[in-house]
Design a protein around this ligand. Sequence first.
Ligand code: PLP
Length: 369
Amino acid sequence: MMSVQPLYLDNNATAPLREAAMIAMQEAMGPPANPSSVHGFGRAARLQVEEARMAVAGLAGCRAGDVVFTSGGTEANNLVLGQYRHIITTQIEHDSVRAAHANIRFVKVLPDGRVDCDDLRRHVMAVPDAERATSLISIMAANNETGVLQPLDNISEIAAEAGIMLHSDMVQFFGKHSMDFSSSGIGYASLSAHKIGGPAGVGALLVRPGCALSSLLKGGGQEQGRRSGTENLIGIAGFGAAATAANGDRAHYAKMAGWRDAFEARVMAALPSVQIFGKSAPRLGNTSCIAAGPKTAETMVMAFDIAGIAVSAGAACSSGKVQSSHVLQAMGAGEAAARAIRVSGGWATKQADFETVADVFVRLYKQTS
Ligand code: PLP
């Protein structure tokens, strides 16, 4: 059997911690650090929080004051959906949107993974005038399973015409694609640190000036009354350092699209029956979602693991169990959804890694078909 170095290609689940984030967190550990304290220790902690806020804002293309730190993307999604009474979203959102509200209407997606804007328009037009101010459209920027990018410019025009606020889960988009929150028509955006090489357990909700946000947690009124609870200084410092580093390596993701395309071309040439989800739509350059061969994704993920490569099957579930992907089902993948493997590169991924995964992919699938 060919021996390969352990290779991590599951960055959409989480990215390896960047060294700069590790150093920033180590430096933040130790001194007493409540950013609300008025003494020197507190002021030093406040400075670190505000520097991290500027770094996150720099990568997101917004004002520092728009950044509300949270415990991650899940909280950011729940926080914003909790402000509204009626939600219009898509069938392909992350569970932290799909499960965050009792009153949700789902817009269809097209087979290429993009939202069906005609169906969105129908849903929006059906909202009674009296409900528009209390309704929110929530549509992700990039899908975690397929990498498919949503047409947010069209979506924000539809939202603006109807006078309905727009939120976007930008957890997968942030740091992998250029982002200009301030000049978008988006009111709120969710971010997460661990997808860009920061620590898990910290993220942010971006809030455009003039958009309301009240804390779901009742308490000390931190984050200008928008998210109570003493700030997670260590996590926030790591998030800020990761954002600064990510700002410096944007070109890496543009190059990665070429490596990913070459990987897909090789797999398609060797295994003609493969299906690549979202291939005809604009996608993040780091993601490939492929169904090949007769074996379930779960079996193949184990085979990849034995071969020294970490990839995933559909969405990574917290319990470790793999369910058939609701994203691929919504795209009409049918039984192929249970066979789809996701390969996702990150800040530490090299061209040779995509070449190695292509070799192993072809070898493993040739063995099993
Ligand atoms: N939204 C998307 C699209 C995601 O991929 C994830 C994480 O997998 C989340 C939200 C949740 O983010 P967090 O892990 O920071 O709670």
